[in-house]
Structures are given as C-alpha cells and as structure tokens.
Write a protein that binds this ligand. Structure first.
Ligand SMILES: [Zn+2]
Ligand SMILES: [Zn+2]
Ligand SMILES: [Zn+2]
Length: 96
C-alpha cells in the first residue's frame, strides 16, 4: 500500500515505491514550458520526481510527455483541482 495525494494505491508499480517519488507543491500555476512561449494548454500534469509541471497529451505541445522523454522521470500526477490519480509512463497505466 502506498499513499500519494490521498490515493491509497493497492497496486503501486515499482517506480511509485522509489525514494525519489515525493509529494510536490500544488496547485501549479500552469505549464512552465507553455508559459515561456505563450502557448495554451488543456490540462496539467506534475512530475513526482522533480515537480516539473507540464501539459497533457490533449494540449498542443504535450510538455509532460516531452519531460518524461528527456528525463525518464516515471510518474506524473494530474495537477487538475480535485483530481488525484497518477500515471506511470514506464508501465503505461494509471496507478490505483
Ligand atoms: Zn511504474
Ligand atoms: Zn505545455
Ligand atoms: Zn521530472
């Protein structure tokens, strides 16, 4: 069992158990990379390794996925208000 953002995970993946995974400050102001270039975003995802905030795959620039490709930080959490789920890029599944 693992507790992240009030979600008690009955099936956390091996990546969620790593010591580098931590709670990051929320809510986020916006996608850091979109704000730099003045681009719009749809939803926000927050990296649980370094706290990077990026936009989801429905957004034009998909910065959350780009961040994973660059850093291999495995897990993001939805940074949308009221949403608490996490996604592992390595296992390609929602953690719950
Ligand atoms: Zn995983
Ligand atoms: Zn973005
Ligand atoms: Zn990261």
């Amino acid at each position: 069992m693992l507790d992240l953002y009030g979600v008690t995970m009955t099936e956390p993946c091996t990546h969620a158990r790593q010591a580098t995974i931590r709670k990051v400050p929320r809510p986020a102001a916006g996608c850091e990379d979109c704000m730099k270039i003045g681009a719009p975003w749809v939803h926000l995802r927050e990296c649980l390794t370094c706290g990077h905030v990026g936009c989801c795959d429905s957004s034009p620039n998909r910065h959350a996925t780009a961040h994973y490709r660059h850093t291999r930080h495995p897990i993001v959490s939805s940074a949308e208000p009221g949403e608490t789920w996490c996604w592992c890029y390595v296992d390609e599944r929602v953690l719950g």
